[in-house]
Ligand binder design. Structure first.
Ligand SMILES: CC(C)(COP(=O)(O)OP(=O)(O)OC[C@H]1O[C@@H](n2cnc3c(N)ncnc32)[C@H](O)[C@@H]1OP(=O)(O)O)[C@@H](O)C(=O)NCCC(=O)NCCSC(=O)CCO
Length: 252
């Protein structure tokens, strides 16, 4: 791998964006390499949670702008599709994903974090979608995912102004789940990942399916998906074990 470093630490897989001298900006190679590692570990039952982070002072400063000079409109369109398809894959990935935002999360970097299930940021992290300042706009799913996450008004402000915002404000508007001190970021994220890894994995997968596909559908379709998935959860060993444990504790 040229642009990322991976570390298997069961039940956690760490994916570290690793172009620190370019603030981990996302080029075509990185898009391919992240997809490749995710496909490699998808059937590895020892890995239950995936954590994304960046090396150095950034999570990622977005798409690699140095590639833009070679892009004609069709190539730009294809690049956006490649980036966006990776984010779609991360969002619908069958294992839970966490973005550990250690520093700048801008443009495509923030869009990667938006594709994850949870975002935990360091107090020193700075976030934003500054694409407008390049005469473009977010192309890796940000226009859609940010609106769904924090609402249209706030998303419009972030996308149209392109300002960089502090982690505390990001937490207040629901853009990140939690903000922690830089020195405890890794510890807190690891603890969160281990807690997630203890949960019934099929139910977690069902939640991801129902929430992600259900929220993109009319509400009645989403609710129907919820009921179907709920039924499927009753076919799992975990459901039987956990319900029986609860009931036997009560009957003593
Ligand atoms: C993040 C900023 C504000 C950091 O500024 P600073 O600390 O001053 O660091 P720099 O000297 O600017 O950057 C160090 C080094 O990294 C290169 N770099 C930074 N961001 C990118 C990038 N997105 N693509 C390519 N290269 C990048 C920078 O050129 C420096 O390399 P040198 O070899 O030393 O020149 C600041 O870096 C910044 O504003 N970055 C751009 C943020 C941005 O506009 N992101 C959106 C990109 S478009 C996109 O994501 C489309 C998908 O929706």
């Amino acid at each position: 791998m040229e642009t990322i470093v991976t570390k298997e630490e069961p039940p956690i897989e760490w994916i570290v964006l690793n172009r620190p001298d370019k603030l981990n900006s996302i080029n075509s190679i990185m898009i391919r390499e992240i997809g490749d590692i995710l496909r490699q570990i998808v059937d590895n039952d020892k890995i239950k949670v995936v954590i994304f982070t960046g090396s150095g002072k950034a999570f990622s400063a977005g798409a690699d702008i140095s590639q833009f000079k070679d892009l004609d409109p069709v190539k730009a369109w294809e690049f956006a599709i490649k980036g966006r398809e990776l984010m779609d894959y991360i969002e619908r990935y069958p294992k839970p994903t966490i973005a550990m935002i250690n520093g700048y999360a801008l443009g495509g970097g923030l869009e990667l974090a938006l594709s994850c299930d949870l975002r935990i940021a360091s107090q020193i992290a700075e976030l934003g979608l500054p694409e407008i300042n390049l005469g473009i706009y977010p192309g890796f799913g940000g226009t859609q995912r940010l609106v769904r996450l924090i609402g249209k008004g706030r998303a419009m402000e972030i996308i149209m102004l392109g300002d960089i915002i502090k982690a505390d404000y990001a937490e207040r508007i629901g853009l990140v789940n939690r903000v922690v001190e830089p020195s405890s970021l890794e510890k807190e994220v690891r603890e969160l990942a281990l807690k997630l890894a203890e949960k019934p994995q099929i139910a977690i997968r069902l939640i991801k399916t129902v929430v992600n596909y259900g929220n993109d559908a009319p509400i009645l379709s989403g609710l129907t998906l919820e009921s179907l998935g709920w039924g499927i959860a009753f076919a799992t060993e975990e459901e039987k074990k956990r319900v029986n444990e609860f009931l036997s504790r009560r009957s003593k």
